[in-house]
Design a protein around this ligand. Sequence first.
Ligand SMILES: [Zn+2]
Length: 331
Amino acid sequence: MTWDLIGHEWAVQLLRGHIVQNNLRHAYLITGPSGVGKENLAVRFIQAINCPDPVEPGIPCRVCQTCQRIARMEHPDLFPVKVEENSTQIKIDQIRELIHLFSLTPYMASRKIGLLINFEQANPQAQNSLLKTLEEPPGNSIMILTATTANSLLDTITSRCEEIKLNTVPISITKKGLEQIHGIPADQANFLAHISGGKPEIALHYNQDPVSLELRDTLLNEHRQILQGNSVERFSYVSKYGKDSRMVNKIIDTWSSLWHDIMLQSGKSQAPIQNIDRSNEINQIVNKVDLSTAKNTLNFFLRAHSLLLNNANLKLTFEDLLLHLPRFENL
Ligand SMILES: [Zn+2]
């Protein structure tokens, strides 16, 4: 754990090697599921590139002013770009401003670094406007992009970047990292590692924000009620949340993780379940469905998730999902 991150040690070794061998690329694309730690990896990489007093070659000290400014995204040669508040897209004007800043001489460091977070949220025009700079970055500047998947970006963008593809972190490594790096007691670390599905940032978020854990509980309880509810009750649930895209996405994430567990259990898989505090409920449902129903139900969630990523109508998509869920009496 040379960069004190949870998991992704192979990526750390690769990026560290690029620094030590003075072989940095012009553009990197870090991909992986939300919460897996893409942005943290990028920040540590930028610290490692710039730290004037590294612990070892390619290992940032994280205490000097440079490292701290980078962690706060306040370093004068670091240009973070992400969706602004009250917006759903990275706009072309943000990219134009970045390109302008890149054309100026670096202020302190030897190079400028652009950090484009969740770049799939940039519309095609904004993505296109970055192409020339990605191909011929001024000086020895570097662009680091993050996105859920490479497929969510234009091919012309991905082909100009070296992709670092992060996966969810094994539960045992997540647990160990939560304990050793963040000092979380073993039992809590084990619980968080499981319910986060091996996504360290989600585990840490649950740990720091008890309200988010309560929300998870509420949503799982509501899921149980919805499975027992008729269409009238399901429509009424849609009216409750159907205008709030953040909540609908949260519901889909939470409920689909439970259906993933149900599918694993009905297929007699040895893989660990995510919702370890809900194992009774999962077993109850497993006794009522066969493997193909579990798979189909999970697919409805995946379909709704992908439709919403492509800007489908929120209320209709949510309604359609709820009406496709199986109905059980006496759960
Ligand atoms: Zn430092």
